[in-house]
Design a protein around this ligand. Structure first.
Ligand code: XMP
Length: 191
């Protein structure tokens, strides 16, 4: 274990179990939506688009989509809100273009953590402008006490208290994304 890790909040086993369950639930709900549109969810191309919000959602999304036994495609967007050595949101800003082809598709926005809500609010509003068939939001972690923006959270892995966490895709100053567990850092790890 890295010396700057204070403790494990959510272990890799707990994460794996929860992410598998979320994948199954999402597949069931999206397959139902595609069937209601009159299509076969195992065959019809491009009815379901998963949109991981990078960089933090990279690890979560990689595991989540592999727990979804259905036809789907991926589009990536990059948003930043915690630049560099920051543990306070500076407001979300798009760092990449939004995929232009979301109209009439079922879109799932995937993020690592829902904090103030500014990231999902921003991306969700921009996606809405393209008139998708539906928009769902899916996050691994939720800090409900921190919310300042009104945003729906349709699929949530774990609710956690207001503490800065890293691992499983989440970083501090670009590091710790590779840790398999969600952990808290010791105070002296922060610059
Ligand atoms: P908002 O405030 O837009 O935040 O809901 C979402 C983004 O903020 C980052 N974030 C964190 N990153 N540990 C991190 O490593 C945390 O505890 C944390 N809280 C928020 C994250 O990038 C997320 O996408």
């Amino acid at each position: 274990m890295l010396p700057e890790i204070d403790r494990i909040l959510i272990s890799r086993d707990e994460i794996n179990e929860r992410v598998s369950a979320m994948g199954k639930q999402l597949s069931a709900d999206l397959s139902e939506a595609v069937r209601e549109d009159g299509h076969d969810p195992l065959a019809h191309p491009d009815r379901v688009v998963m949109v991981p919000i990078l960089t933090g959602a990279m690890v979560f999304a990689a595991d989540l989509i592999r727990a979804m036994p259905m036809k789907l495609s991926l589009r990536l967007v990059t948003v930043s809100s915690y630049p560099g050595q920051s543990t306070e949101s500076k407001g979300a800003a798009m760092r990449s273009a939004l995929p232009p082809d979301l109209a009439d598709r079922h879109v799932v926005l995937i993020d690592d953590i829902l904090d103030t809500g500014s990231t999902l609010r921003l991306v969700s509003d921009l996606v809405s402008e393209q008139s998708p068939a539906s928009i769902r939001t899916c996050v691994l972690l939720d800090k409900p006490d921190r919310r300042t923006h009104d945003v729906a959270c349709d699929y949530r892995g774990f609710s956690i208290p207001d503490e800065f966490v890293v691992g499983y895709g989440l970083d501090y100053d670009g590091f710790y994304r590779n840790l398999p567990d969600i952990v808290a850092l010791k105070p002296d790890a922060f610059a």
